[in-house]
Design a binder for this molecule. Structure first.
Ligand SMILES: [Zn+2]
Length: 457
């Protein structure tokens, strides 16, 4: 009989876009399904030139930007809405977390394929759909619980929560008939849930896995500054403590840890955090999944204020926040009392906020990947125009290169496959057998492989 196999259909020599197919006999499970951050897609599609909404999968398949698997896509996504749906091409899709590069293509999937996500992820995806144009599609959703085994035919999947820059992120132990495949998803262990990452890697090591599929975002050269989440807090405290004017910050609305850190830093400096209606909506949706008081929720003691942008029409989901929201004039009048989180796309508000010259701007997101990043240049132009001082304050969602090597050696898999990285060869320093994955190649699991001992490199 054929051994189980692992096939990489995305996330190979690129950051994001993981699409990992594990087969065991007739059973097929796909892990993650989103676009990568690599420039590959930009060879054909840019801001003004996008796949058609009536045939998104077809338009991406044309250039090999999606895996060509029969039965993987919905007739709608293929631009053939009248076509009878074929047999589903896989038995299940598991999503490690709610970032676009792992979940952003779910909408294209065949409507009968069950989609397994963490219970919290399901709520987060719903909140994102209700407050943005993002759509994840209608599927048989199968929310899973931490540590609870899910069986798909003969394949067993055990989801373990890990620390990442979005809550409800998971790594998986995938048990096949010839051994366990460990898939890390995206992770770090310098954030508030570091102990979860440790527990996952501990369990992975005990499994004596046949293969470890590890993300390597920060493997290889990484010139970007990285702090721990506590480090972000300390820096924020230092920068805003003695200031007498409005302080500004910019972060990802899904980075609940960062918003919590900024809310606490604001509180310690006798200020209140002010967030957008969208951030307020996401925080309110996920807060019930955390112990009381952990996530700062608008409208509760110590919770953030909400900012009301100048616009003509408000969405239904924004309305609960509007009665007590602060507009530009209110924030400007008492600038010293606030730390305002302002998304880059809302920078025109600065024209009414008129932040005093010399005020601090905490850039609490990752630095641009390239040196000629357009968004970065535009942001700097705005900051210069208003005389704001830029401070980079970020804790990455990913483990560092040296941390990755240490974790690999602790798990000691038979085969090591680095994915979600532009530098898979940076894993050469480990004691495990390194297999540099190639797109679309089927790799046998465990016994299917000629025997190898740890130590061979
Ligand atoms: Zn990712």
């Amino acid at each position: 009989m054929r051994p189980p196999t692992v096939t990489f259909l995305g996330g190979v020599r690129e950051i994001g876009g993981n699409k990992i197919l594990i087969r065991d006999g007739p059973d097929r499970v796909l892990f993650d399904f989103g676009p990568s951050f690599s420039p590959k897609i930009e060879q054909y599609y840019v801001d003004y030139l996008q796949p058609r909404s009536t045939s998104r999968a077809k338009d991406l398949l044309e250039f090999g930007l999606l895996p060509a698997i029969d039965g993987l896509y919905s007739p709608d996504a293929l631009g053939e809405p009248e076509r009878r749906t074929s047999e589903p091409g896989v038995d299940a899709v598991f999503v490690s977390h709610a970032h676009a590069d792992h979940a952003g293509y779910l909408e294209l999937l065949h409507p009968e394929i069950p989609v397994h996500v963490g219970r919290g992820t399901r709520i987060l995806l719903e909140a994102i759909e209700s407050a943005t144009p993002m759509r994840y599609g209608d599927h048989p959703w199968r929310p899973f619980d931490d540590g609870a085994t899910v069986k798909v035919g003969r394949i067993e999947v055990v989801p373990f929560p890990v620390d990442h820059s979005v809550p409800f992120a998971y790594g998986f132990l995938v048990r096949t008939s010839e051994g366990t495949v460990v898939y890390t998803g995206d992770f770090r262990h310098h954030g508030p849930r570091a102990t979860q990452t440790h527990a996952f890697f501990q369990a992975a090591a005990e499994e004596r896995p046949a293969a470890l599929l590890i993300e390597g975002t920060r493997a290889g050269p990484d010139p970007r500054h990285n702090l721990t989440e506590e480090g972000v807090r300390r820096e924020a405290d230092r920068l805003i403590a003695d200031r007498r004017e409005l302080a500004l910050a910019c972060t990802y609305p899904r980075d609940v840890d960062r918003l919590t850190t900024l809310a606490r830093a604001a509180h310690a400096a006798d200020r209140e955090l002010v967030v957008s209606t969208r951030t307020a909506h996401l925080l309110s949706a996920v807060a019930p999944l955390f112990p009381a008081g952990v996530v700062p929720v608008p409208g509760t003691p110590g919770g953030p204020q909400v900012y009301r942008r100048k616009k003509r029409r408000f969405f239904t989901w924004e309305k609960p926040f509007l009665d007590t929201a602060l507009d530009a004039e209110a924030v400007r009048a008492r600038g010293r009392d606030y730390l305002l989180a302002l998304d880059l796309m809302h920078f025109p508000e600065l024209i009414d906020l008129r932040p005093p010259n010399g005020g601090v701007f905490l850039h609490s997101m990752s630095e641009p990947f390239s040196e000629d990043d357009v968004d970065d240049r535009v942001m700097r132009n705005w900051l210069d125009h208003f005389g704001l001082s830029f401070h980079q304050l970020h804790a990455s969602g990913h483990a560092s290169g040296p941390e990755l090597l240490e974790l690999v050696d602790a798990v000691a898999p038979q085969e090591l496959y680095p994915i979600h990285t532009e530098h898979p060869e940076a894993f050469r320093g480990t004691r495990s057998h390194l297999a540099l994955p190639e797109l679309g190649v089927e790799y046998p699991v465990g016994a299917g492989r000629p025997g190898r001992s740890a130590g061979q490199a």
